[in-house]
Design a protein around this ligand. Structure first.
Ligand code: ZDP
Length: 279
């Protein structure tokens, strides 16, 4: 079967977008997604994202397969790409339009802005150990600055769920972190039953953070939207940063706000089309 796709990226976190409006099941299997994401034998991407019919009164449903075939609940950079992909096939690319998107992490609301930026209402962060999930603390308690032994070293970690699990560590110099080596050890640590995404954060100023990420199911990526949101929340919880900050990722900056008013997290960043094709 021939499948048309469009390749998008958000700060270099790249995805294969598929128009899946004709069916409520993804037209690509997780095994096929692994092959499509392969950078040498396939199209190459960090994940495959499907625009499915909306559920429960939403405009669309988003599903995503990581490059290892696992299915995350949510994807921050991906949902910005999805919003622009939808606007394009709806012929609304030049409009300020908001969509309600059903995801496994709840309803997300991306809004297109002039100039290609997309702001996403990412919902409420979840902070209890049982919600992350992690066994680092009793399930009804928060995990803020608790010690975790990884790679023969003790790290102070804070855990936040943006629908998907994140483990955040503040360090003096993100460039000095041997991500390739310790990332997988965090991801597969026994205290994270659903594995975890891991973010290393360097505080440059209270409103400017630098981040490097090891993603669950995808490894080192140039950017992670949910990770940037989770890291800002962790920074506020630990007193390391303001409620509004720029987060510099290897692929570029995202603006993140944890609103005092409604306690929701808002993410603003770019999403760009790279090319289209048929497989
Ligand atoms: O939670 C996970 O398994 C992540 N790898 C999902 C993808 C997250 C993403 N990088 C983001 O921007 O939030 C797409």
């Amino acid at each position: 079967m021939a499948i048309e796709f469009t390749k998008y990226h958000g700060l270099g976190n790249d995805f294969i977008l598929i128009d899946n409006r004709a069916s409520s099941d993804p037209i690509v299997t997780p095994e096929q997604a692994v092959k499509l994401c392969d950078r040498h034998f396939g199209i190459g991407a960090d994940g495959v994202i499907f625009a499915l019919p909306g559920q429960d009164g939403t405009d669309y449903t988003m599903r995503i397969f990581n490059s290892d075939g696992s299915e995350p609940e949510m994807c921050g950079n991906g949902i910005r790409c999805l919003a622009r992909f939808i606007a394009e096939f709806e012929g609304k690319s030049d409009q300020t339009v908001e969509y309600r998107i059903h995801t496994l992490a709840g309803v997300m609301k991306p809004q297109l802005r002039p100039g290609g930026q997309v702001t996403v209402d990412m919902g409420l962060p979840r902070l209890l150990a049982g919600e992350i999930p992690t066994t680092l603390a009793p399930s009804d308690q928060k995990v803020i600055n608790l010690p975790l032994e990884v790679g023969g070293k003790s790290w102070q970690v804070t855990c936040v769920s943006m629908g998907n699990p994140h483990c955040i560590t503040f360090v003096d110099d993100v460039a000095a972190i041997p991500l390739e080596n310790i990332g997988p050890q965090f991801e597969h640590h026994s205290v994270f039953p659903q594995r975890t995404n891991t973010e290393f954060i360097q505080v440059v100023r209270k409103d400017y953070l630098k981040m490097r990420v090891w993603e669950r199911g995808a490894g080192i990526t140039l950017a992670c939207g949910t990770g940037a949101c989770a890291s800002l929340v962790a920074g506020v919880l630990t007193g390391m940063c303001d409620r509004f900050a720029t987060i510099e990722l290897p692929g570029g900056p995202l603006e993140i706000e944890w609103s005092e008013l409604d306690q929701r997290v808002y993410m603003t960043g770019p999403a760009e089309k790279a090319f289209t094709g048929t497989v």
